[in-house]
Design a protein around this ligand. Structure first.
Ligand SMILES: Nc1ncnc2c1ncn2[C@@H]1O[C@H](COP(=O)(O)OP(=O)(O)O)[C@@H](O)[C@H]1O
Ligand SMILES: Nc1ccn([C@@H]2O[C@H](COP(=O)(O)OP(=O)(O)O)[C@@H](O)[C@H]2O)c(=O)n1
Length: 231
């Protein structure tokens, strides 16, 4: 090696997709932290643009109205897995993007092609700038945003397991209502025309229903290490 410098590993790009409550965020954050990679929660970006539209009184029943202002808010994502951040026009929206109102409206906003084009550009630019590599989680990362990712994972879990995990987070939330809302959002995300929630042909599917979070993390870390070792 010239100058005796240690060989630097090529940045690794990992795409993790799947429906709500399958463990994408928790797994992606932990894998990125363990392997020294950046981390991007793309759902947070769609939630952030939805929050801006709600706050600015945009008619979310009208895709043309959404498209007309899709370029207006400035969305900035911090990609440190130990402390991910999200701001809209300089305002920290990490809390407000998790309200029931935003959750119930995000699918309508994320289905609009102009919104997807805008957010996809941001995602590609963050992935390209990640020096060590990045774990990007969402719905269309392996299929559309980063089709050349080094590793693609598609997480699944039964609707019952996913609803139980979500209502555990939303303290006191009714299990049946949570399950119905989750199934409705998955259906909307899977059936939209532009870049729907889908498993890429070359993604590794991991059913997390019977696995602990620690087991899922270990499984993904092993898959990344195998890729890096060229297996
Ligand atoms: N394999 C698992 N077993 C049990 N709970 C899990 C598992 N994976 C994730 N969780 C929990 O389920 C909830 C939803 O996980 P999250 O990572 O936010 O999913 P997603 O990003 O796919 O919506 C979190 O409270 C998380 O701690
Ligand atoms: N790559 C992505 C990520 C999220 N989304 C949209 O953003 C919403 C919120 O995503 P999220 O990852 O925060 O959802 P949860 O898994 O936290 O429930 C999804 O329901 C989709 O409508 C998307 O369209 N494409």
């Amino acid at each position: 090696m010239e100058n005796g410098a240690a060989p630097t590993a090529k940045p690794v790009i990992v795409a993790i997709d799947g429906p709500s409550g399958t463990g994408k965020s928790s797994t992606s954050k932990a894998v990125a932290a363990q392997l020294g990679l950046s981390y991007l929660d793309t759902g947070a970006q769609y939630r952030a643009i939805t929050w801006w539209m709600v706050t600015n009184g945009i008619d979310l029943e009208d895709p043309t109205a959404i498209a007309a202002v899709a370029g207006k808010p400035e969305i900035v994502s911090g990609t440190d897995p130990a402390a991910p951040t999200i701001t809209v026009d300089g305002v920290d929206v990490a809390g407000p993007i998790r309200t029931q109102e935003v959750t119930s409206k995000v699918s309508a906003v994320s289905a609009v092609p102009e919104v997807r084009t805008r957010i996809t550009e941001l995602q590609r630019s963050l992935a390209a700038g990640a020096e060590q590599g990045i774990v990007v989680e969402g719905r269309d990362i392996g299929t559309t945003v980063l089709p050349d990712a080094d590793l693609k994972i598609f997480l699944t879990a039964s609707p019952e397991a996913r609803a139980a995990r979500r209502s555990g987070e939303l303290k006191g939330a009714d299990l049946h209502t949570t399950r119905e809302a989750l199934i409705k959002r998955d259906a909307a995300d899977s059936s939209r025309k532009t870049s729907p929630l889908a498993k890429a042909d070359d993604a590794v599917e991991v059913d997390t229903t019977e696995l602990t979070l620690a087991q899922v993390i270990e499984c993904v870390v092993t898959l990344v290490e195998e890729k890096r070792a060229g297996k």
